[in-house]
Design a protein around this ligand. Structure first.
Ligand SMILES: C=C(OP(=O)(O)O)C(=O)O
Ligand SMILES: [Mg+2]
Length: 544
């Protein structure tokens, strides 16, 4: 590491240090040239490479149990599959392809056949891709792509991670996560927070750094070379909060949890959440190849709702697309996925999928006893909001709302509130679309700062519309997790706040120490500020 200190954006609190494990990047399709000088000799490299890959997978299988063991054993068998290997060898000898390219090409035929078969078979296509990539890497003599198996506590370093990869990280072995790219409101950052893994994103230079061990500070965003000693400390002090969201003048503000899994729901309930303000249902199905059946969905949702019997829960319908593609809903690549067919837009083409999901939500609500409302993601107009609310009510769900996360929806909040029961502001996407700044790109992270006065002005418009209509306005983007900003949001007319479980006590305690008058005063100061830093200073001057 040329410099001993790098700096990124701290997105998940805590400090940890330990040995570095790098996540290798996707390999892509290997080149078809140069043709091998000795095709039979080149073809003869394939089986030994496959045996190495299969043996590694068998060793991993031996070290685990249950489902993981079965999956690894099946994958090991697939790596040694004579049909795949035979076809690859034939491509080398008949078409003079290099071995790595031949394996890639042979696997493509198997993947296409599995996908065409659909159902359980289509789910196996992902396993063939995994085996293909391991085999290609072995033949090329490079590390296999993806999150490697960790043999001990490690600091993971990657260019970026897909939400599905992040969701699978084990907090017991991943001490910290550092990515070269990524923004503070990316779903990778959100998942790292929910797993309690200290994380720094947009850390320029970390991929090129040669340090064997790093010390990562998820609060300050500083990443430094360390001596390799494994240490983890979650320094956040314990804040006292009694689990009731109320300002010191008695105004009630519900403090709710953001969840995407049963573990999140348990953590949110234990952290004092009064209910759930955002259940990201797509997080239940990030790796599903096919649409889950109504019964599967019902079981998945009921497991998340269980800790909240008798409490309010807002279930968001699938927000598939952009960085959270679901293979069964977003099969075709788009030039600009964040601006394409994402969220509710998918349901316009596939209303049957929405209908089945609403049916499953209504059943899970009855199973769990939670007071369930539904809301739609990525709504742009009042007509879209009405379209959704009509379907939700037809499915027997009494309360229907929509997310305000597209600037057009903020500007049309008054009309939208005429057709729904509530709105919830998604500040992560509202910032992304207001500033034309991709949530996943570290270079534009400063524009995705929720203290940006332009963003606060849009939120104020929604707050005013909610007050005029007498209907609730929540915030469920990451802005709600900042105690100081939470007070500003209340001053802007927001009536509930939903956040990651780790933020609940800090926000609850801060609200209890302030009054609505002070929140309004702070909000006025922040709205009039010229930039995010001044907005924060103005709020701090009133509230601290
Ligand atoms: C809460 C939001 O939804 P998501 O982060 O899942 O896009 C948001 O956009 O602020
Ligand atoms: Mg969003």
């Amino acid at each position: 590491m040329s410099s001993t200190r790098l700096s990124g954006v701290g997105v998940s609190s805590g400090r940890a240090s330990g040995p570095v494990v790098r996540v290798a990047e996707p390999l892509g399709e290997p080149p078809a040239t140069p043709a091998p000088a000795d095709p039979p000799a080149e073809a003869a490299r394939i089986r030994p490479a496959a045996e190495v890959v299969a043996e590694r997978l068998r060793q991993r299988a031996a070290a685990v149990s249950g489902d993981a063991k079965a999956v690894l054993e099946t994958t090991a068998a697939m790596a040694a599959d004579p049909a795949l290997l035979g076809q690859a060898e034939k491509l080398v000898t008949d078409e003079s392809l290099p071995a790595a390219r031949a394996v890639h090409q042979a696997a493509a035929g198997f993947i296409a056949a599995l996908e065409a078969a659909g159902g359980y078979m289509a789910e196996r296509a992902g396993d063939v891709r995994d085996v293909r990539d391991r085999l290609v890497a072995e033949l090329l003599g490079v590390p296999a792509p993806g999150v490697p198996d960790l043999t001990g506590p490690s600091v993971l370093v990657a260019r970026d991670l897909a939400p599905a990869d992040t969701a699978g990280l084990d907090p017991a072995t991943v001490l910290a996560l550092v990515t070269e790219e990524g923004g503070p409101t990316s779903h990778t950052a959100i998942l790292a927070r929910s797993l309690g893994i200290p994380a720094v994103v947009a850390c320029r230079g970390v991929l090129a750094a040669e340090a064997d061990a790093l010390l990562v500070d998820g609060d300050t965003g500083v990443v430094e070379v360390s001596d390799g000693t494994v240490r983890a400390a979650h320094v956040a002090g314990k804040v006292e909060w009694n689990g009731v969201g109320v300002l010191r003048d008695g105004l009630r503000v519900k403090v709710l949890g953001n969840v995407g899994s049963p573990a999140d729901a348990v953590a949110a309930a234990a952290g004092g959440a009064e209910g759930v303000g955002l259940f990201r249902t797509e997080f239940c199905f990030l790796s599903a190849a096919d649409e889950p059946s109504v019964d599967e969905q019902r079981a998945a949702y009921a497991a998340v709702l269980a800790p909240f019997a008798g409490k309010p829960v807002v279930v968001r319908t699938l927000d598939a697309g952009a960085d959270k593609p679901l293979p069964f809903l977003n099969p075709d690549p788009e030039p600009n996925p964040a601006l394409g067919v994402r969220g509710l837009r998918v349901a316009f083409d596939r209303p049957d999928v929405l209908e089945r999901q609403l049916q499953a939500i209504a059943l899970a609500a009855a199973d769990s006893g939670a007071e369930v409302s539904v809301m739609a993601p990525m709504v742009a107009t009042a007509a879209e909001a009405a379209w959704f609310a009509e379907r939700a009510r037809a499915a027997g769900i009494a309360r229907a709302g929509v997310m305000v996360e597209i600037p057009a929806a903020a500007l049309a909040a008054r009309e939208i509130l005429e057709v729904v029961d509530f709105v919830s502001i998604g500040t992560n996407d509202l910032a992304q679309y207001t500033f034309a700044a991709d949530r996943q790109v570290g270079a534009v992270a400063a524009l995705n700062d929720p203290w940006q006065p332009a963003l606060l002005r849009l939120i104020a418009q929604v707050g005013e519309a909610g007050t005029a209509a007498g209907k609730p306005v929540g915030v469920c983007g990451e802005a709600a997790a900042d105690p100081l900003l939470a007070c500003v949001l209340i001053g802007l007319g927001v009536t509930s706040l939903s956040m990651n479980h780790t933020a609940l006590a800090g926000v609850g305690a801060k609200l209890a120490a302030t009054s609505f008058d002070l929140c309004q005063l702070a909000a006025r100061g922040a709205l009039a500020a010229p930039d995010p830093a001044s907005a924060k200073l103005a709020a701090r001057a009133v509230l601290n």
